[in-house]
Design a protein around this ligand. Sequence first.
Ligand SMILES: [Zn+2]
Ligand SMILES: [Zn+2]
Length: 338
Amino acid sequence: MTYRRKFTPRLAPIHILNHTSSLSSSISHAHATTPLTKLILLALVWLPIFGIVSAIFLLWNSYVTWVDLALLLTFFTLCGYGITLGYHRMLTHKSFQAHPWLKTFLLICGSMAMQGPALHWAATHVQHHANSDEEEDPHSPLKSLWHAHAGWILDNFKPDIQRYAPALLKDPIIVAINNTWWLWVFTGLLIPTAIGGLTAGYFGQSVLLGSFGGLVWGGFVRLFLNQHITWSVNSICHTFGKRSFETTDASRNNWLFGLLAMGEGWHNNHHAFPRSARHGMHWTQPDSSAWLIWIFEKLGLVKDVVLISQHRIKARMASQPDPEPESIILPVPAEQRD
Ligand SMILES: [Zn+2]
Ligand SMILES: [Zn+2]
């Protein structure tokens, strides 16, 4: 059974959210929105949606090929793990140390997902963990589900790298890839376009149509899927699902995004043990990102993998009150808050 309940943040009383300007002003950080910034933000949200509409158009006209679908799957996988392994578990939480070549590759794949430069992503996420579902959380569903999903990006949130990720600024690989972010975003669109065009030409078909198909499926549709799946971890996985651990935030374990987001949907586990390289902590919680870390470790490409012992997990479960395993949290309208 699902039900609605009120959620009280750890430090900030819930009534602080009644002050409509309070949260939004702290999120915007008073940074002016230039026309270029607006254009970039609009492109970030609407370009992938345009992509999927274009894809449907192409599908109805029978122009979709196996090459297009292979490009979609390949780049979706590369960019997905670029975010989960590269940006999230390696860069932000230091769940493992990667060989410099693997580190470079993962950060480039993460950049191609067009979710912001590496340092921006990491600083935003550290701020999320430090203030989960409190006033300073960049993307809490306590304001609204849409705000947690993508609205916070349209609010022109600007992360404070100096405050939340200063150590990363000392790493030349991270800084170099961060500073050339647009190059990698462009490369992530160029490669599937080129492969689509070249493959079509090889089989005697229209190079132009092949290139467009590669751009739409390997580029735009892939961006749409990668972005909305990542954003769903911020919105859905702080609203719908089960809780295994009592944490001070609203994080949930959600099986659908456990699968789609390559293990990231076991989000309550992650908030309970943020540095763990494994987010799935039971055999019923598949975590393909953790499986890849295990393979990379066996290949000698990864070391210092942070794992939480079963003893520690069981001890924590035994010492906590009922973490409300079946409940759903929905944002409470201002007039109904205490
Ligand atoms: Zn979270
Ligand atoms: Zn995290």
